[in-house]
Unconditional design. Structure first.
Length: 170
């Protein structure tokens, strides 16, 4: 009789241990085969244009112009033109007016502004008249800040006057 009670207690303990150690499997969640970049948000800028720089300015050393690509811009395309002149006014634009043009991310520009070596997304060196067409990376779910940077390679010598017109199509 004692043996039956002992077996009943042992069987109950094993049953409780088994129930306590068994975890319920979470239900299978559907797996999305759509990449995050394939989602188009209701506030998507697709089909719009943004003017980011339309200006004539003096360039002694460096000038940086920030612009932002809004969230959900799948294929932003930067295009525009710049022309530079020596001195004031519209004189003949030739090699004496050459400048450098750079497109930088926010981190690249911070490194550049602090005097460190910096990478660029796009660059044109030694040009006084240049058309630019450049596809920027998709911005996905967050806006992304970029910079158009104009640099006078002869800092401190003859200044430049730059006419620049740039826009981004989304």
């Amino acid at each position: 009789m004692l043996r039956r009670i002992y077996l009943a207690v042992l069987a109950g303990g094993l049953l409780l241990a088994n129930v306590a150690c068994t975890k319920d499997e979470p239900p299978d969640e559907p797996v999305s085969t759509v990449a995050p970049s394939d989602h188009v948000a209701p506030s998507s800028p697709v089909g719009s244009t943004q003017t980011i720089l339309q200006k004539t300015f003096n360039l002694k050393s460096t000038a940086a112009f920030p612009f932002e690509i809004p969230a959900h811009a799948a294929e932003p395309h930067l295009h525009g033109i710049f022309e530079s002149f020596v001195g004031q006014g519209h004189r003949a634009s030739d090699d004496a007016a050459n400048i450098d043009f750079l497109i930088m991310t926010e981190q690249h520009q911070a490194d550049f502004a602090s005097g460190h070596e910096s990478e660029t997304l796009f660059s044109v060196e030694g040009s006084h008249n240049q058309a630019v067409n450049f596809d920027l990376p998709a911005s996905l779910g967050q806006p992304v800040k970029y910079y158009l940077v104009f640099r006078n390679p002869t800092e401190g010598k003859a200044g430049r006057v730059v006419e620049a017109n740039f826009r981004v199509d989304f």
